[in-house]
Write a protein that binds this ligand. Structure first.
Ligand code: AMP
Ligand code: ZN
Length: 473
């Protein structure tokens, strides 16, 4: 079976050919650990876990190395640590905060059905590697020292901008931010910077006397280089990372190692959105993974992690997703149906058509619709189909020994606001009267998501449609 992947670098889909089939290597940019992460951050976790599982299936579990880093040095971390642990020295406060948040992040990932990556390198454990990269880049004429900073000299790299496809002169013309006076070129970026008093600090490279700290991009170049080598197979993250983060990673790694590429395939997931806008901390339109799984803050129900995973995989990873209660309710219903079929069945092997869909640039919606067909056949008593369904769901991380218990525990605790329900029903009847069936269906979905079942009937006396409702048991 040939795996085909879309590559941001070439803007095309191509068959995947690992550098070394006995050790397929993938790096994905992980979180900055200062708070609970939101479900938008969960998208790369689920997408690249699905790819990790597929690669393990194709090449053997012991032949795939997956590194996902933890960014534990950042201004947001410093500010949050000082605020949350005022009694502690800043370094101790930072250690406490990043340890706790990392643990929480790992619990969230496990909740979403993600396997542990092979390695989870932390930035603060790679300061010597980052310093060495700075030294190499200065020695090779790709970086310079200015006022306690080490800066990457963008003009020294002829094909800078290749990943994001932005010509340098256009980027320079568009650089609206005030350019620091010590920069040679407006697009030059920080590899190392001086620490202000009270900030975390490490011995600086390149003969700089004052202690400092690394820039953002250098940490991923250092960690990827150390754990996966100068050139590796796949580099992933959200589409917001293409520029500047990944562009600058490529520049650093290629120029330091003298290689034509950093990763052969660059993959980027699309945004998870709320009403058409990217879910993000700064917009305040976010829901954390922890809140989805453990509270009823979203749509008045708890959503088991595998339901969230199913909801995420219902869309191909490069397209945007709107995160709605309806989507989750539908995913819950499907997963419950699938889980009931799988119960007590021996898993066989994943269905070949399903596998082919996954191998087509992770076409998970197509893979799931194939599983719907298989489930239908299994429900008609086809045991072979049930075995294939179970193996396929296991491969996608949607079914394990816990799934049925998780689904039962996650059953909606429906608290009904009868006035709201009646209002929705009235709105639906009005929509249907106006022949706006799309709106009518949408309102029915909204009621379903609230755990309400409705029944339409014609009133024999008046000939009018009436709708009765009950809480789904
Ligand atoms: P951050 O901590 O913001 O750097 O994000 C960690 C990872 O989550 C990166 O790969 C981001 O691209 C990704 N990410 C952040 N927000 C979203 C979102 N709304 N949808 C999809 N991916 C996101
Ligand atoms: Zn990164």
């Amino acid at each position: 079976m040939t795996l085909t992947l879309y590559n941001t670098l070439t803007r095309a889909k191509a068959p995947f050919q690992p550098i070394d089939a006995s050790n397929v290597r993938m790096y994905v940019c992980g979180p900055t650990v200062y708070d609970f992460v939101h479900i938008g951050n969960g998208r790369p976790v689920i997408v690249f876990d699905t790819l990790f599982r597929l690669l393990r299936h194709l090449y053997g579990a012991g032949h795939v190395t997956y590194a996902r880093n933890i960014t534990d040095v950042d201004d947001k971390i410093n500010a949050r640590a000082a605020r949350d642990y005022p009694g502690l020295a800043l370094n101790d406060a930072i250690a406490r905060l990043t340890e706790e948040t990392t643990r929480q992040y790992q619990a969230d990932c496990a909740g979403l059905g993600a396997l542990e990556p092979t390695i989870e390198p932390r930035a603060t454990a790679h300061l010597p590697e980052m310093a060495r990269l700075c030294e190499q880049l200065v020695a090779k004429g790709h970086a310079y020292v200015a006022e306690g900073h080490v800066l990457f000299d963008v003009a020294s790299m002829a094909d800078y901008g290749g990943l994001s496809g932005r010509p340098l002169d256009e980027m320079e013309a568009g650089a609206r931010v005030e350019v620091a006076p010590y920069k040679k070129g407006p697009m030059d970026f920080v590899l190392w910077k001086p620490s202000k008093p009270g900030e975390p600090a490490w011995p600086s490279p390149c003969g700089i006397a004052t202690p400092g700290r690394p820039g953002w991009h250098i940490e991923c170049s250092a960690m990827a280089g150390k754990h996966l080598g100068d050139t590796f197979d796949i580099h992933g993250g959200g589409v917001d990372l293409v520029f500047p983060h990944h562009e600058n990673e490529v520049a650093q790694s290629r120029c330091a190692h003298g290689t034509p590429g950093m990763a052969n395939v660059w993959m980027h997931n699309g945004f998870l959105q709320v009403e058409g806008e990217k879910m993000s901390k700064s917009l305040g339109n976010f829901i954390t993974i922890n809140e989805l799984i453990a509270s009823d803050k979203f749509g008045g129900q708890r959503w088991p992690g595998k339901v969230c995973r199913m909801a995420m995989l219902g869309t191909q990873y490069r397209s945007p997703i709107d995160w709605t209660v309806e989507r989750l309710a539908q995913s819950r219903a499907t997963l419950m149906e699938f889980a009931d079929i799988c119960h007590g069945v021996t898993a066989s092997v994943p269905d070949p058509e399903f596998l082919a869909a996954l191998c087509d640039d992770l076409n998970t919606p197509s893979a799931l619709s194939i599983l719907h067909g298989i489930a239908k056949s299994a429900k008609r008593g086809n045991r072979e189909a049930a075995g294939a369904l179970k193996a396929s769901l296991q491969l996608m991380g949607l079914y394990d020994n816990e799934t049925r218990a998780e689904m039962a525990a996650g059953q909606p605790q429906v608290t009904v606001d009868a006035v709201h329900v009646e209002a929705l029903i009235a709105a639906r009847l009005a929509a249907r009267k106006a022949k706006d069936y799309k709106e009518g269906d949408r309102l029915r979905d909204e009621l379903t998501a609230l755990g309400i079942m409705i029944k339409d009937a014609k009133d024999a006396a008046t000939g009018e449609f009436v709708t009765t409702w009950e809480v789904r048991s």
